[in-house]
Structures are given as C-alpha cells and as structure tokens.
Design a protein around this ligand. Structure first.
Ligand code: KG4
Ligand code: ZN
Length: 338
C-alpha cells in the first residue's frame, strides 16, 4: 500500500517539514522538504534559547507544511500518516511538533507516529541517491550523541560503543566557544581550521587506544582551554592553528574507532549520520581510510546531515514498511526530552 507521510522535526533549533511516499517495498521517496533554521535568532545569545526556539517553531511549522504540500502537488487530505520527533530534544520545542502533528492527525482522522530523533539521523542516508544496504556500521555524531552501532535492519540496532562524557559535536561547539568562534561552533571551527596548521598544537586523542569502541571528549575540551589560556594575547593570531589541531584530534579518534568497529564486526559498509557528518575533514579522512580497507561509506546529503523533517518522515516510512511500529489514533502525544 502506498502511504503519504508528513514528517515534522522540532527538537532543537531547526523547524523541518517533509513529505515522503512509501510503497510496500523499495526505499521510500522524498517528495519535498522545507526547513527554517533559527541559527540567526540564537546567534545573539551564543547558543540556543529554549523558550525562543519553541515560539519560533510555532510560527514556522504550519507555513512550512503548506509549502511542502504545494511543492509536491498534494493537499492535507492526501496525507496518510503524520510523523513527528518524539525526542530527545528540548521539551518545549518537541511539544510544538508533537502538538501540531496530533492536532492535524485528529482533524484529518489520520494516525500519527512519534519518531526517535536519532533514528531519523541514522536512516537519513536512505534519502540519498545511493542509499546503503543493511547490514552496516553506523557512526552517529551529533550535538548530543556519539555512538558506533551495528545496524542489521530497521529497528535492529546494537550499540557497539558511545561517548562516556561529551559528544563529538559538543567538543566542536565548546572548543569553538572558548576560541570566540560563535554558534554553531562545528561549522565555524571547521572553517577557521582550513587556514591553520593541524600539527601546531599537541592535543590528546582520548581513549584512542582503550581497546573498546567508547569515546571521551571532555578531556580534549579541557586541553583546548588550557592551551587557549596559555596563549593569552597570542590566541587571536593562533586561532586557526588551534582550531585545526582540535578538529584533527576529534576526527582522528572518530575515524580510528570507526575502523575498529568495522574490524570487530567484520562488516564492509559504514554509514555516517548526524550534524558532525557534514565535517569536511571527517569525510576526507574516512573516505581515504575506507577506500584503503575496501569499505563502502555512505553519508546523508550535506544539507540533510543536520536536523531536518525529511529524516523524520523517512524513519517513519521505513518503520511502517518494516512493520516495526504502527501509527496510532490515540493522539495522546508524549514527548521524551531525554
Ligand atoms: O545532528 P545535529 O544537527 O543536531 C543534534 O541532533 O544534535 O548536530 C548538530 C551538531 C552541532 O554540534 C554542530 O556544531 C555540529 O553538529 N556540526 C558540525 C558541522 N556541521 C554541524 N561539526 C563539525 N563540522 C561541521 N561542518
Ligand atoms: Zn539532530
């Protein structure tokens, strides 16, 4: 049966809405998607202000829904399932997407489905022109999570290792902040790093030789802070070098641990997902390492690495197709911030 799924993402600072069409078999197809980023609004505060985020989601979500329907030549009445991000994320922000999804569902008499935000990221490479095949190793690197997973199918996920403290995106963001590079830190630090020398500062590669697949980035952030303090007035002139050294440290750990996960599982395919998956150096180094090891690497398209509605609609479509979850008409939306 063909299903038209409207997906809504509102867990943090991006309002995303998308339409995906699924059939009984085959990879579901993205028909249209629209995104409103709140980055400019939060920039003045150096980070996301939850109350402002919620209010802006409310302003944006219905116009975006109208836009994706128009772009795809569909109407609200054509929608079969309304999917929304259930969590994790900011509670008030999540409530906007969940509230709107359930209200639309109730008004249309159509079922709704709550989606795990990370499953959205994990399955986002299926939105690309060259989607992966199961099984694969997944490196999930976002602002809140860093995990290596074995993925055998939809809903069949085994965590092989994860961060014991900060996430990779957090390491980028916090290091960028203490270098005065602003928010969001990842892209800013990465841009600055392009003009720097990655060997200029010796920074730690935490847990690189721990023998397991866990990560730790808190110590790296402290080392960057110590280095920045030591530089004092010189920091301004050495910012690019410090940024490049920080990026190299984070990327080296991510790449080596991913290779270790491939070795441990014997799998020959890796999927990278989450905001940090947009990082240029990570892509370069992982591509080089994987082509040497004859392993295929899949990424989401660059603009679908960070939060978006397409990945939520896609995850819902794949869940429904696999019979892993049923959409429901309870409309008793419960968000799960953590
Ligand atoms: O997946 P995402 O959009 O949101 C979460 O679910 O957390 O990831 C956001 C994270 C932020 O930490 C951001 O700094 C990081 O992804 N990020 C990057 C890049 N683009 C986004 N980090 C490094 N390099 C990038 N190009
Ligand atoms: Zn995310």
């Amino acid at each position: 049966m063909s299903l038209l799924i409207l997906g809504i993402e509102s867990s943090c600072d991006e309002t995303g809405v998308a339409l995906v069409r699924s059939a009984d078999t085959g990879v579901p197809v993205l028909l249209s998607h629209a995104l409103h980023s709140q980055i400019e609004m939060h920039q003045a505060y150096g980070g996301v202000v939850p109350e402002l985020a919620s209010r802006d989601h409310i302003r944006r979500v219905l116009p975006l829904a109208t836009q994706v329907l128009t772009d795809a030549g569909q109407t609200l009445a054509d929608v079969d399932v309304v999917a929304y991000t259930q969590g994790p994320g900011l509670a008030g922000a999540l409530l906007v997407g969940a509230g709107v999804a359930c209200a639309l569902g109730a008004a249309l008499g159509k079922p709704v489905l709550g989606v795990h935000h990370l499953e959205g990221h994990l399955l986002s490479p299926f939105l690309s022109a060259d989607p992966p095949e199961f099984p694969f190793v997944a490196l999930l690197v976002s602002g809140g999570h860093t995990q290596l997973m074995r993925v055998d199918g939809v809903g069949r996920y085994e965590i092989l290792g994860e961060t014991i403290d900060d996430a990779a995106g957090e390491a980028f963001d916090k290091s960028a902040k203490l270098m005065g590079l602003g928010y969001p830190g990842g892209p800013a630090l990465s841009r600055m790093a392009q003009q720097g020398d990655a060997t200029a500062f010796k920074l730690p590669r935490p847990l690189l030789h721990s023998g397991d697949l866990d990560f730790s980035f808190a110590g790296l952030k402290t080392a960057v802070l110590t280095q920045a303090k030591k530089l004092g007035d010189e920091l301004e002139a050495r910012k690019a070098d410090l940024a490049a050294s920080t990026e190299a440290a984070i990327v080296e750990v991510l790449v080596k641990k991913t290779l270790a996960a491939l070795k441990q599982t014997g799998l020959q395919r890796v999927v990278v997902a989450g905001g940090v998956g947009a990082n240029r150096l990570l892509r370069e180094q992982l591509n080089t390492a994987c082509s040497k090891a004859r392993v295929r690497v899949h990424y989401p398209e660059l603009h679908l690495c960070t939060d978006n509605g397409a990945m939520i609609a896609m995850a819902a479509a794949m869940r429904l197709q696999a019979g892993q979850q049923q959409a429901n008409t309870a409309y008793a939306f419960d968000v799960k911030p953590r």
